[in-house]
Design a protein around this ligand. Structure first.
Ligand code: KIV
Ligand code: ZN
Length: 389
């Protein structure tokens, strides 16, 4: 990472991820995930929303007590009572943060908050001031920034930085933006806000159009230095930007990104499995990085390429994200090279090329009837082939 900026990873699996319908977690479950995130060296763990319920207050407090190496954050609306609860919950943390938010888009201000623009600025500044009573690590989010007016956004952000906010998080709350537009937004904010150098700018993207990761990365390319994300992309509605995708995109494309994370990426798969087991949300097989097929090859052409040189069809090492290795799957698209290699690994040898050809023909017949051919299938068909000769 020499000469590169640090990209801060703010994991919100325990807060925004938990807001996914059906994903709520007990204190013990949150603690297990928080320990996994800490082991992965995530910089900030948003452990919950302490004012939401007494249980969530206790969860955030327990995480704040247990975690030593990551900053523990509690979310709070821009209300004194919420901020007080968040401040109390993060008190035991070695490093604690309060994240407060207030909507800035016309639609949210008019219909949800029923507040004028001036009132929103005033309330946001007050909220940051209340949070500063508990910690000097204060994050402010103008909720629905992705649909807010640029001039107003600049005004609010300048005011909250003056009030002491040290991180400014730009959420695309409803996943409405497209990458070029969201990158432009980040660029404009950094250029136009006179005190923007006094805070770290962050992004928080939702996946309603499947663009959460792309939008986050576009903002990083324009100067954002914190990304808010969740394991497996868990989160409200279609989810949040997936941590594993953000981290590996930045790591794999260091030719493009001027920054990198400090994460131990080998912990990605264990964390993904832990979150999936605890929430009961399965990971789809074709999910990038952590899906069962992410490093599996079934087609003969790909298998042949990978067996000759991995880089032909792999842009990352499976081991770097926690897999034991890549996987050659034997199926109807597989070729002779993969078949022969697998047999060799199973210490199965043939007396003649003819016998191998007979076994390969039987393998193709079976593969037409079965999705995947396992080692036991191979043992059986090789025995049949040698008996037939
Ligand atoms: O999506 C959102 O706007 C949020 C805020 C609380 C940051 O989750
Ligand atoms: Zn969110």
């Amino acid at each position: 990472m020499a000469g590169k900026d640090k990209l801060i990873i703010f994991d919100t699996t325990l807060r925004d991820g938990e807001q996914s319908p059906g994903a709520s977690m007990t204190r013990e479950e949150k603690l297990r995930i928080a320990k996994g995130l800490e082991k992965m060296r995530v910089d900030v763990i948003e452990a919950g929303f302490p004012a939401a319920s007494p249980g969530d207050f206790e969860s955030v407090k327990a995480v704040a007590q247990a975690v030593q190496d990551s900053t523990v954050c509690g979310l709070a609306r821009a209300k004194e009572g919420d901020i007080e609860r968040a401040g109390e919950a993060i008190k035991p943390a070695k490093s604690g943060r309060i994240h407060t938010f207030l909507a800035t888009s016309p639609i949210h201000m008019q219909y949800k908050l029923k507040m004028t623009a001036d009132e929103v600025v005033e309330q946001a500044v007050k909220a940051v001031g209340w949070a500063r009573r508990y910690t000097d690590n204060v994050e402010f989010s103008p909720e629905d920034a992705g649909r807010s007016e640029l001039d107003f956004l600049c005004r609010v952000i300048e005011a909250v930085i003056d009030a002491g906010a040290t991180t400014i998080n730009i959420p695309d709350t409803v996943g409405y933006n497209i990458p070029q537009q969201f990158g432009e937004l980040m660029k404009n904010l950094l250029e136009r806000i006179p005190n923007s150098d006094k805070a770290v700018f962050s992004v928080h993207c939702h996946n309603d159009l499947g663009l959460a990761v792309a939008n986050s990365l576009a903002a990083v390319l324009q100067g954002a230095r914190q990304v808010e994300c969740t394991i497996n992309g868990l989160g409200e509605r279609a989810g949040n930007a997936a941590l594993e995708e953000i981290v590996m995109a930045v790591r794999t494309r260091q030719d493009v990104f001027p920054c990198d994370t400090d994460l131990d990426t080998t912990q990605i798969l264990p964390c993904s499995r832990l979150v999936s087991t605890i929430t009961g949300f399965p990971v789809q097989p074709n999910k990038a990085i952590v899906g069962a097929n992410a490093f599996a090859h079934e087609s003969g052409i790909h298998q042949d390429g990978v067996l000759k040189h991995r880089d032909t069809y792999e842009i990352m090492r499976a081991q770097d994200v926690g897999w034991s290795d890549n996987r050659i799957v034997l199926g109807k698209h597989s070729g002779r090279n993969a078949f022969r290699t697998r047999l060799k690994e199973l210490a199965i040898e043939f007396d003649s090329e003819e016998e191998l050809n007979e076994a390969f023909a039987r393998f193709k017949d079976l593969a037409d009837k079965k999705h995947e051919i396992f080692d036991e299938d191979l043992q059986a068909l090789v025995t049949e082939a040698s008996m037939a000769m």
